[in-house]
Design a binder for this molecule. Structure first.
Ligand code: SF4
Ligand code: SF4
Length: 238
């Protein structure tokens, strides 16, 4: 007959195994969601590009044929003009790209950030600011300490419920605090009337939050942490 001590030991071991299995399952689920988003991003981007290219091609060939038939253009000089336009577009970096978003931090002097008593407010705000979206900067992407969303490169990775994937949901604190992105360091909700109707009285702007930051609404719109922060869309990061 097994001893009581051994039974206890086995029960603790089973419970620990279950916990680590659950956490592994969670990680796999998150990875699966990210891969799914990455696939959607690539397919959507490619489909949009293909549709636009097909349409432009039809218009362009139709136009060239019409002008050539009417004797309004000569093909060799037309080809020369096309080359000039192509070179100019590349030079001005106005060529079409797949839409990778990168945050470009302003060089000018930083404004002093208003300190907020988050500890007292978190039971009310539930760290709602960590649902606001933003793109990472090139150094942050390359540093690799903060995860970006495979379905929306290079924006911060968010969970299905809209919270940043780096928010410790139980403690409602940032799990990468010392390495958090520059934009998180710069943000203060003190003057953000999207979050607070009355900052001093700690009265949340529940209407705006419901309208913009619920799981369903977040799929439809982009709500940025600091809306005036510059995001550039590029075809690659360097
Ligand atoms: S910055 Fe504001 S919204 Fe964010 S956790 Fe602190 S009090 Fe809450
Ligand atoms: S990195 Fe940290 S501070 Fe920034 S949104 Fe995520 S959890 Fe919040």
């Amino acid at each position: 007959m097994p001893k009581l001590k051994d039974i206890k030991k086995n029960l603790i071991k089973d419970s620990m195994d279950n916990q680590s299995e659950n956490s592994e399952n969670q990680k796999l689920k998150e990875l699966e969601r990210q891969l799914e988003r990455s696939g959607f991003f690539s397919h959507t981007t490619l489909s949009r590009q293909a549709e636009r290219i097909n349409e432009i091609e039809s218009f362009l060939y139709g136009l060239i044929d019409t002008l050539n038939t009417k004797g309004l253009i000569e093909i060799p000089s037309f080809e020369q003009t096309v080359k000039i336009v192509r070179d100019e577009t590349l030079r001005k970096k106005e060529h079409f790209h797949v839409g990778i978003g990168i945050r470009v931090d302003k060089q000018q002097e930083e404004k002093k950030v208003k300190v907020v008593n988050c500890g007292e407010r978190i039971p009310i705000c539930k760290a709602i600011c960590c649902k606001l979206n933003f793109a990472l900067s090139v150094p942050e992407i390359e540093d690799g300490k903060v995860k970006w969303d495979l379905g929306h490169p290079y924006f911060i990775r968010q969970k299905k419920n809209g919270y940043c994937s780096h928010l410790d949901t139980e403690k409602k604190c940032c799990s990468v605090y010392s390495d958090r992105p520059g934009i998180c360091k710069k943000y203060s909700c003190a003057d953000d009337d999207r979050i607070w109707k009355d900052f001093k009285k700690m009265e949340l702007n529940t209407e705006w939050i419901e309208e913009n930051l619920t799981e369903q609404k977040m799929k439809l719109r982009e709500v940025y942490l600091i809306p005036e922060e510059k995001i550039e869309y590029k075809s690659k990061i360097k």
